[in-house]
Design a protein around this ligand. Structure first.
Ligand SMILES: NC(=O)c1ccc[n+]([C@@H]2O[C@H](COP(=O)([O-])OP(=O)(O)OC[C@H]3O[C@@H](n4cnc5c(N)ncnc54)[C@H](OP(=O)(O)O)[C@@H]3O)[C@@H](O)[C@H]2O)c1
Length: 285
């Protein structure tokens, strides 16, 4: 059982890390104040005796990574490698949280776990480097969990942005030409806990919510959830909303692998959003 295992959560002060700590009260959490993931000895000092290490620590500022790829690589590429080296030394399993940005986003059907990668952004390249390093250091005990479009109680995210824009703007323009799977952090945590409990084989997994939608449709759904008029959300295009890092147009990840390891995929994004609000993850005011 996962509850009898000794868990370490790296990046425990981040949006996802905080939800892991909530779900695993006996886990030990470490963030920037306790260690620096880019430094092998710093990682060695904290990871002394653990069964499972979940790495949520990352450079997540996608646009800023374009101008700071070296630093982002140190955190997203070298960092996971350092963690994997120590996990190998102490005999721990490692869960490396990764992203849809490792793909180009040019597909028109859901990405399978073994589809070719081809990141278009600096962030995506650095996260892919992390995946490759973790797999190389821990061939038998790596769990690369790709997720996308995360929202949760802690930290900035799209749901909170929409909540705040709803209060300050008459209308909000949101891109309608990027498709993905909005995923509640609490659902992702539950999926990872189950993976470890069931002792699924090492490898790559796609842990996003089921179904698919566009940012525009997601925004309308959020407006509906908070009792605002969804018609105040207007569609726009990526071309009209250019940002430093290119966004994948198609970020839908396939869940076919879950059945092969005896697990169900994460539930539909629409149901999860209602539950996230009901659970109090986002205050109404
Ligand atoms: N958010 C999404 O939509 C999304 C989508 C797909 C995948 N992911 C992946 O999911 C994981 C968790 O994301 P998140 O949104 O929870 O990220 P987050 O809130 O930015 O948390 C990341 C944490 O890592 C810490 N960190 C950064 N550099 C570090 C270093 N050198 N040493 C130690 N800790 C360091 C950060 O500290 P500072 O804040 O002080 O920098 C922060 O507390 C990441 O691997 C991310 O790539 C996220």
């Amino acid at each position: 059982m996962s509850s009898n295992l000794k868990w370490a959560i790296l990046g425990s002060a981040g949006m996802l890390g905080q939800d892991f700590i909530k779900a695993l009260p006996n886990a030990e959490g470490f963030d920037r104040d306790e260690f620096d993931i880019t430094n092998l000895n710093s990682v060695r000092k904290i990871l002394v005796d653990f069964d499972v290490v979940v790495n949520c620590a990352a450079w997540t500022a996608v646009d800023e990574a374009e101008e700071n790829e070296e630093t982002a690589h140190a955190i997203n590429g070298v960092g996971p490698k350092n963690v994997a080296i120590i996990c190998s030394e102490i005999g721990a399993r490692m869960v490396q949280i990764s992203t849809d940005y490792v793909f180009s986003g040019n597909a028109d059907q859901p990405y399978q776990v073994d589809d070719s990668t081809g990141p278009k952004s600096a962030y995506g390249r650095t996260k892919l480097a992390g995946e490759i390093a973790v797999k190389a250091e821990l061939p038998e005990s790596h769990f690369i969990v790709r997720t996308a479009w995360l929202y949760g109680e802690h930290g900035p995210n799209f749901v909170k942005t929409m909540q705040s824009l709803e209060k300050s703007k008459a209308t909000v323009s949101v891109v309608d030409d990027q498709l993905g799977q909005p995923t509640w952090t609490a659902d992702l945590v539950e999926q990872v806990l189950k993976m470890i409990e069931l002792n699924v084989p090492a490898g790559i997994y796609h842990a996003t919510a089921s179904g698919q939608t566009s940012w525009f449709e997601f925004a309308k759904r959020i407006f509906k959830e908070i009792g605002a008029d969804p018609n105040r959300v207007l569609p726009t295009t990526s071309d009209a909303f250019v940002r430093p890092a290119p966004r994948p147009a198609y970020s839908v990840l396939s869940h076919d692998k879950w059945a092969l390891v005896g697990m169900k995929p994460i539930r539909n994004w629409d149901d999860a959003l209602s539950d996230a609000f009901e659970a109090g993850a986002f205050s109404a005011s």
